[in-house]
Write a protein that binds this ligand. Structure first.
Ligand SMILES: Nc1ncnc2c1ncn2[C@@H]1O[C@H](COP(=O)(O)OP(=O)(O)O)[C@@H](O)[C@H]1O
Ligand SMILES: [Mg+2]
Length: 365
């Protein structure tokens, strides 16, 4: 059977992925007062993120967690503070930032990916050198950065992994955020931020120590900390919903695993993350590998892909064991030792678990 393939883009941004939901919200929101340059009112933005109903259309829940955090994030974007989403890797910082931009400006594509190699030109502007040499410096030869574009249009730019950038870049951000303009000395002009302009930056707590953010920069941001899911049931729900979405997007022809299996995977992640079993009786060493909800989601989607390609389309424990092994161990000898130790200690748990543990141990030998 040939797979149905209506959309050819491998990855769609939130504004394209949820276009019907956004249309329905806009319809319902017609009479509401909207902040300048916002497509939706703050209440409708919250509904887009937290889910509900609008004009007869089901609005899916994008962020699963404390709605107050989402309210703080939305309210921050109405002020002159930028928004900084902080948390462990895989706590939906990028996902929330993308969906907020999609709801507020219908465009989550103005993104800067922060790395150690990010330079000031990436934040401000650069030049098309062929045009620059041919015509000299003028607006046509200027290449605008995502932040420049956002300022000009009164929209939101995203800055991923801000804390990975070197201090000079973080300092350049201070001036952008406080002055709200970018000077172009070559043209003796500047671009001023229009109302609605803001930046949503993300930072991983694991990277925080590398290039510590100065207090001057931190002050320009309102920081919202996104926690790991509180309970097993919350995490199972997130994993189930996101794995379903991803399998649907990539047309993986397999059923979502039974809740009990997903719960076992989530339990393994939580126990390894916390360094002890759920009953707090057995302790384990910690792994270097991040063990976030995002990795648990990829274990489930990986097992579904295995089962779709080489099995019956029903995820079994062998599919899960292979997917767990690939996600958890990568090529790290020490993580592999922690994993085997964990499996040996937890093997006594109860009979329902035995088969999954045995399959996992088999792969380690
Ligand atoms: N609380 C949550 N609500 C919804 N999705 C979540 C949550 N936590 C993790 N995820 C999912 O985990 C995946 C990774 O999230 P991502 O935004 O890339 O993490 P981060 O940027 O924090 O490292 C996404 O598919 C996201 O939907
Ligand atoms: Mg991210």
């Amino acid at each position: 059977m040939k797979l149905e393939n209506k959309n050819t883009k491998m990855r769609q941004f939130a504004e394209d992925l949820f276009v019907q939901e956004l249309d329905a919200l806009r319809e319902e929101d017609k009479k509401e007062v909207k902040p300048q340059n916002w497509n939706l009112s703050p209440k409708a933005v919250k509904k887009f993120i937290m889910g509900g109903q609008a004009s007869g259309v089901e609005i899916s829940q994008k962020y699963m967690g404390d709605e107050r955090l989402v309210e703080i994030a939305i309210a921050t974007l109405l002020t002159d503070s930028a928004l900084l989403l902080v948390g462990e890797p895989g706590t939906a910082k990028s996902w929330l930032s993308e969906n907020l931009c999609a709801a507020i400006c219908g465009d989550a594509k103005k993104v800067i990916q922060g790395t150690a190699g990010t330079i000031e030109e990436h934040l401000k502007y650069s030049w098309n050198y062929a045009l620059l040499i041919a015509n000299g410096p003028n607006m046509d030869s200027l290449i605008k950065s995502p932040i420049y574009n956002a300022m000009e249009t009164g929209t939101i730019a995203r800055f991923e992994e801000l804390s990975r950038c070197v201090t000079e870049i973080q300092d350049a951000m201070i001036s952008i955020l406080s002055e709200k303009n970018i000077a172009i000395p070559e043209l003796n002009t500047q671009v001023y931020a229009q109302k609605g302009f803001s930046i949503i930056a993300t930072a991983n707590t694991r990277d925080m120590g590398i290039h510590d953010m100065s207090s001057a920069l931190k002050r320009r941001f309102n920081t919202v900390y996104l926690p790991l899911p509180k309970s097993i049931d919350d995490e199972v729900e997130i994993v189930t919903k996101r794995a379903k979405n991803i399998a649907h997007t990539y047309q993986i022809q397999a059923d979502i695993p039974a809740q009990e299996l997903i719960k076992r995977v989530v339990t393994i992640f939580r126990e390894l993350r916390q360094g002890h079993d759920i009953d707090k009786k057995v302790k384990f060493n910690s792994m270097e590998q991040p063990l976030s909800t995002a990795e648990a989601i990829s274990v489930i989607t990986g097992s579904m892909a295995m089962s779709a390609c080489f099995g019956s389309g029903q995820v079994n424990e062998k599919n899960l064991a292979i997917s767990l092994h690939t996600t958890l161990i990568k090529n790290n000898e020490e993580d592999s030792i922690v994993w085997v130790e964990y499996l040996r200690q937890m093997n006594k748990r109860n009979d329902d678990w035995k088969s999954l543990h045995a399959q996992c141990l088999d792969l380690c030998s």
